[in-house]
Design a protein around this ligand. Structure first.
Ligand code: CAA
Length: 296
């Protein structure tokens, strides 16, 4: 049996990091979350506060419970301040050089028992583990957006992850109220391996003139019971993110289903990154959003 996880560190308080910090605090754990400066930290903690306030308004929790959750989250700006954590989840930008800096600093600062993990959706866990002196205590913990609502965590093991570390990762996900699935370190793990070619195929159907954006979305929502159609989901995940994952999958497997369609590449180059940029397959300046004109 490994040491019980009571304190959690989260690197990055963006979309994913703030969600991970929140669900860990909701599970009663002590959380230390790190951002590069106070401005980003305030913004990230603000996202958590807003979600919890929404929960109070919906009657999902009391204001006192929301306050208690927030009081378990401590914001810091120095990576070394995460050294008291039993497990650390890295959720910074998908950039290997940046991750190298994060993991080598954490590896030096943390005691031997600390488990290091990455929330990456597309980079190699094995490569990141090799940046540290503790590849046996390293794994992937891939959460889904929006973290507080999505029930899945992919627990990703490398050939060097110890069985105790894998068990601790599974147990941690369960403790957060999530359902873990175990995957080996292979590009896209399980979900993106299947999801990304589906999203790319929707773009190809649009390019081919099979149907309009809104009809493809309605087709998959009502025909398959998906909560969002592929274009709404593409805008939600981010076109830049999807493009980058597709390139990584194509690089590895060299199979056409992972090749990014021209339209996706052009939209990313044009700055149409989806909901976060105000425009993607839909234009979010209108309420409700309407399909973006002139794409095909
Ligand atoms: N606090 C507490 N509960 C809240 C809340 C809050 N602030 N906001 C919403 N909820 C609850 C709602 O009350 C509701 O609960 P009930 O079912 O008990 O009523 C539930 O959460 C759903 O909320 P909504 O009804 O407001 O929203 P929705 O039904 O439109 O669902 C969604 C929103 C969960 C995002 C849904 O559209 C969905 O599942 N979309 C697909 C998302 C997806 O596929 N994500 C994965 C992307 S891929 C990825 O992340 C990986 C990668 O690497 C790219």
């Amino acid at each position: 049996m490994g040491k019980e996880i009571r304190s959690v560190g989260v690197v990055g308080c963006g979309l994913m990091g703030s969600g991970i910090a929140q669900v860990a605090a909701q599970a009663g754990l002590t959380v230390t979350v790190r951002e590069v400066d106070q401005g980003f930290l305030d913004k990230g903690l603000g996202k958590i506060r807003k979600f919890l306030d929404g929960g109070v308004a919906k009657g999902k929790m009391t204001a006192a419970e929301a306050g208690a959750i927030l009081s378990r989250i401590h914001g810091v700006t120095a990576l070394e301040d995460l050294k008291g954590s039993d497990l650390i989840v890295e959720a910074v930008t998908e950039n290997l050089d940046l991750k190298r800096e994060v993991f080598s600093t954490l590896d030096r600062a943390c005691p031997p028992h600390t488990i290091l993990s990455s929330n990456t959706s597309s980079l190699s866990i094995t490569e990141m583990a090799a940046m540290t002196q503790r590849p046996d205590r390293f794994l992937g913990l891939h959460f889904f957006n929006p973290v507080p609502l999505m029930k899945l965590v992919e627990v990703v093991r490398t050939v060097r992850s110890s069985p105790e570390t894998v068990e601790a990762g599974l147990e941690f996900a369960r403790k957060l109220g999530k359902t873990p699935i175990l995957a080996k370190d292979s590009p896209g793990f399980v979900v993106n391996l299947l999801l990304v070619p589906y999203l790319l195929e929707a773009i190809r159907a649009l390019e081919r003139g099979t149907a309009r954006v809104e009809d493809i979305d309605t087709g998959m929502k009502l025909g398959c019971g998906y909560p969002m159609g592929p274009f709404t989901l593409l805008d939600f995940v981010g076109l830049d993110t999807t493009y980058s994952i597709a390139n990584i999958l194509f690089d590895e497997f060299k199979q056409p289903q992972y090749a990014a369609p021209t339209l996706l590449k052009r939209m990313v180059l044009a700055g149409y990154h989806g909901r976060k940029s105000g425009k993607g397959f839909y234009d979010y300046s209108a309420e409700p959003p309407k399909p973006t004109e002139g794409l095909v």
